[in-house]
Write a protein that binds this ligand. Structure first.
Ligand code: THU
Length: 127
């Protein structure tokens, strides 16, 4: 199996989701090939929750990574789970039109481009 998908599935195990019980893992590959992982981390106020995708991205940025190739997102759903709207915005700003691989625990996968999920983005080019 693709190491990126395996990493997302493994990262999902670390999810801190005591409120939703919905565990998500993400794995982001930078332009050097390094894989940065993340899981969702929930909070009692709910709204401060961080999704797996943003945890992976912010971890990568904090390690100095600035260019990215692709991200895998893993959740235990029959209909594959895509990034939420907030994550689509952040991913667009840092990664541009990367390849996204959605997967579940039954190894069902789907590949798509971020631009297909987020077709008319607002970003720094407007400022
Ligand atoms: N969640 C993610 O981490 N990524 C997604 O793509 C969808 C939603 C998390 C946020 C929250 O902890 C839980 O899943 C339910 O929304």
């Amino acid at each position: 199996m693709d190491a990126l998908i395996e990493s997302a599935i493994a990262a999902r195990e670390n999810a801190h989701a005591p409120f939703s019980h919905f565990k998500v893992g993400a794995a982001l590959q930078d332009d050097s090939g390094r894989i940065h992982t993340g899981c969702n981390v929930e909070n009692a106020t709910y709204g401060l929750t961080l999704c797996a995708e943003r945890v992976a991205l912010f971890k990568a940025v904090s390690e100095g990574a600035r260019k990215f190739r692709r991200m895998a997102v893993a959740a235990d759903t029959a209909v594959l789970t895509p990034p939420c709207g907030a994550c689509r915005q952040i991913l667009w700003e840092f990664c541009g039109d990367i390849d996204l691989i959605l997967t579940n625990l039954q190894s069902k996968t789907e590949s798509l481009r971020l631009k297909d999920l987020f077709p008319r983005p607002f970003d720094a080019s407007f400022l």
